[in-house]
Design a binder for this molecule. Structure first.
Ligand code: DOR
Length: 432
């Protein structure tokens, strides 16, 4: 039996903050011992670093099947590992769409070799066309716990109501909740829009997407959650109005949860001034007031989790004119450092937003986002909060390069990532 020791770190998890060595049993992939003065067969000195439960991303696009030029399950999992994530939920807007057992099985097969847990979500509607529901009952038997038409929202309120009732009627042995996750966007209002509708879209002569396009669907789905009693998770909240509505819904006892992306709490629509499509994203970058509201939402618990919406696109597509380029930006490899730079929160709160809180929503809390203690699966991250680095798309593990943070100086970097006992990242580099 061999062991790996992480010596001299500061542990931060849901139990609090303490110093301690962490000893991993390499054979079982579990944490064997935590405490002072431990010895192991192989030792990493992590003095000055933080050891925390691995991050969990509720929202990534891995592009496989269908757009392997932009990303694959394997390359996306490398980016995830490098960002400190030990589990990610893959979005279904692949080609073909993840709306059938066959495609879910294909993704699960690809995931078996990944550097983190890749949990496929599945579409709510067949082909994400918003007309007919997918066979959710069958997909749940394959382990799917999150359904979403992400990339677009479910436009038809009746179909969304039926989806919620269907999800609410399903019973799973593991008691992991089934989550309907909504990309809130009323497409009738965003048609032709390529950025946030406001002073900047007017100045730049670009079509706008009003905040209300998001807020109307947040409002509708809060109403549908009330009507059906079924959980709704709100993806990438980007407006002050959305945050306020989710806050009120939670105060009213509704079973709603929400996520926000690093770009929506750090960048504004002013970033689009140079017509650089790396800043084009759906929902779009909003105003400084919206950014401030998202930050407050993260601080006061209205927003449960940070999710990246990692959206790789090939350079040739992102080099197109702003209005013709696809929306989306990379997120996995910069998430922690952007959150650390932008959020005026204790490190423990940032880790909570990246780890155990999303783990509970994704239903992976049995193995991920667990406290650093003996007997639990070794899914953890070692962060160096002092490490300064410069973001470079070209240096990323992702197959794509479309970061919105190119050239940004950041502090705080993932040093090591341990996934099921395997060191998948050592000194900032993936090991396979
Ligand atoms: O900007 C985005 N890109 N928003 C989405 O909802 C989809 C995503 C993508 O798939 O590229």
């Amino acid at each position: 039996m061999t062991t790996t020791l992480f010596h001299g770190g500061r542990i931060i998890d849901q139990r609090g903050e303490r110093s301690g060595d962490v000893l991993v049993d390499d054979d079982t992939g579990t944490i064997r011992e935590v405490g002072p003065g431990l010895t192991g067969d192989r030792t990493f000195d992590v003095t000055g670093c933080v050891v925390a439960p691995g991050f969990v991303d509720l929202h990534v696009h891995l592009r496989q099947p269908g757009n392997e030029a932009a990303e694959t399950v394997l390359t996306g999992s490398r980016a995830a590992a490098r960002g400190g994530f030990t589990a990610v939920v893959a979005m279904p807007n692949t080609d073909p769409c993840m709306d059938s057992a066959a495609v879910i099985r294909e993704v699960l097969g690809l995931a078996s070799n990944a550097l983190c847990l890749v949990k496929p979500s599945a579409a709510i509607s067949v082909g994400r066309q918003g007309v007919a529901l997918t066979p959710m009952g069958e997909l749940v038997t394959l382990g799917v716990r999150m359904f979403t038409d992400d990339g677009s929202g479910v436009q038809d309120a009746h179909l969304m109501r039926r989806a919620l009732e269907y999800a609410g009627s399903l019973h799973v042995d593991d008691d992991v909740p089934i989550v309907l996750s909504q990309h809130c966007e009323v497409s009738a209002l965003t048609e032709g829009g390529v950025m946030h509708e406001g002073a900047w879209s007017t100045k730049l002569g670009l079509g706008g997407q009003p905040a209300e396009a998001e807020e109307l669907m947040v409002m509708r789905d809060i109403a549908l959650s009330r009507l059906t009693g079924v959980r709704v998770h709100f993806q990438h909240l980007s407006t002050a109005g959305s945050v306020a509505m989710v806050r009120a819904a939670k105060a009213g006892g509704l079973p709603v949860t929400a996520e926000a992306t690093p770009h929506h709490f750090s960048l504004t629509d002013a970033c689009c001034a140079g017509y650089d499509a790396n800043f084009k994203v759906h929902p779009p970058l909003r105003t400084a007031a919206d950014v401030a509201a998202v930050k407050v939402g993260l601080a006061d618990g209205t927003i449960d989790a940070i999710a990246t919406d990692h959206a790789p696109h090939t350079p040739d597509t992102k080099e197109r004119p702003f209005d013709q380029a696809p929306p989306g930006m990379l997120g996995l490899e910069t998430a922690f450092a952007v959150a650390f730079a932008e959020l005026d929160l204790p490190l423990a709160d940032i880790i909570a937003l990246l780890s155990w809180r999303p783990a509970a929503i994704a239903g992976v809390g049995d193995r991920h986002g667990r406290p650093i203690e003996p007997g639990v699966p070794a899914n953890f991250v070692v962060i160096d909060p002092e490490h300064e680095w410069t973001v470079s798309g070209a240096a990323m593990a992702s197959r794509s390069r479309n970061t919105a943070f190119e050239g940004r100086q950041l502090k705080g970097r993932v040093r090591h990532t341990v996934y099921e006992g395997e060191l998948v990242v050592i000194d900032g580099e993936v090991t396979r």
